[in-house]
Design a protein around this ligand. Structure first.
Ligand code: HPA
Ligand SMILES: [Zn+2]
Length: 338
């Protein structure tokens, strides 16, 4: 086996937890602010970078919502997603399921269609130019009320074939999944796959609710599930994947040191865990940086790293044939990497 970093670079993988607005790098943020005449509280790329010190999820979200205010036109959304998809391709990402936050845009007067048209076109072009498959998952902002989420779902129904799923993100504490019970039931009836952030800062009870009240098929983060043995057993038994994001957890102080990251404790109990970047422009690393950081801190063996990348294909929303083909290519790449 080659050394750990080389192996990580060579492994094909899926990225299943990326907020596209969180891939907005400071230089693009400043350039788009100029292009659209948007005033930011920061006057240079360096000043933007200095704002990236967070004590909690809410600290980050306050900066994140200001940052996304530079996204106005369909071309802005296209450029943002295209830059991310090229960067992901360089990390050997072959399949992306991309979150976006429509309410962060419609609340500023940007049309839902503008957002989806730009992102969808970037995904379609990436398939042709990079050979990478990419799909869109719309998230509801959980700090807003369910009626706002209902209106967002109504808007999404006109784009049903361009959006594969719905998720739940933003401020977790005090906004339990059950707050969105009805809108998730409607989304399921409309054929969307269901996801939710849970157990990032919120308690294990929120992960239970995501499973049993919302009926999600994958949990984003899920760190705090580790505090509840019965919950870990449930995740393992039902092979409910967790999309974990080590550098995000470190930067948002969900953990104080990567050596304490629950990833290994989860995989040891049979939970399907994947490694992802969350908001790479804000947290200091794309997906391979996340693999490298957690592999070094937890001293992961090559076989464990390979297993994490393999799990990303098992956790992805692919048809049985797509998955079989992708896994076949994955095993070839593993043999070549060795
Ligand atoms: O890490 C996150 N958690 C919750 N909401 C988010 N929105 C963007 N990133 C995040
Ligand atoms: Zn997230």
């Amino acid at each position: 086996m080659p050394d750990r970093d080389l192996l990580i670079g060579r492994l094909p993988k899926c990225e299943l937890h990326i907020h596209i607005e969180g891939s907005l790098e400071p230089d693009m943020m400043v350039a788009l602010a100029r292009r659209n005449n948007v005033t930011l509280p920061w006057d240079s790329v360096e000043a933007v970078r200095r704002a990236y010190r967070f004590g909690s999820l809410q600290d980050f979200l306050d900066v994140y919502y200001v940052g996304m205010s530079v996204l106005v036109t369909e071309q802005d959304f296209y450029d943002l997603a295209t830059a991310y998809l090229r960067r992901a391709h360089a990390d050997n990402v072959v399949h992306v399921e991309m979150f976006f936050d429509p309410q962060g845009h419609t609340s500023r007067g940007v049309a839902f269609d503008t957002v989806v048209n730009g992102l969808h076109r970037a995904c379609r072009d990436a398939r042709e130019t990079l050979g990478l498959s990419a799909s869109l998952i719309m998230c509801f902002l959980r700090h807003l009320d369910e009626r706002d989420a209902e209106r967002t779902l109504d808007a999404a129904l006109a784009h049903r074939e361009r959006i594969v799923g719905v998720g739940l993100d933003s401020s977790e504490q005090g906004h339990p999944p059950e707050k969105f019970r009805r809108v998730f039931a409607r989304a399921r009836d409309a054929g969307f796959h269901l996801f939710a952030h849970a157990g990032e800062e919120g308690p294990p009870a929120y992960v239970w609710q995501a499973l049993d009240v919302l009926g999600v098929r994958r949990v984003d983060h899920g760190n705090r599930a580790v505090e509840d043995e019965a919950l870990v057993a449930r995740l393992a038994r039902d092979r409910v994947p967790l999309t974990m994001c080590p550098l995000s957890n470190l930067r948002l102080r969900v953990i104080d040191d990567l050596v304490h990251h629950p990833l290994r404790r989860m995989t040891d109990k049979g939970v399907a865990v994947t490694v992802n970047s969350d908001d790479p422009a804000y947290f200091g690393g794309y997906v391979n940086d996340n693999f490298r950081a957690v592999a070094a801190s937890l001293d992961l063996a090559p076989a464990e790293i390979v297993a994490l990348a393999r799990t990303s294909f098992e956790a992805a929303m692919m048809s049985a044939e797509e998955r079989a083909r992708a896994l076949e290519r994955f095993e070839v790449a593993v043999r070549e990497a060795g």
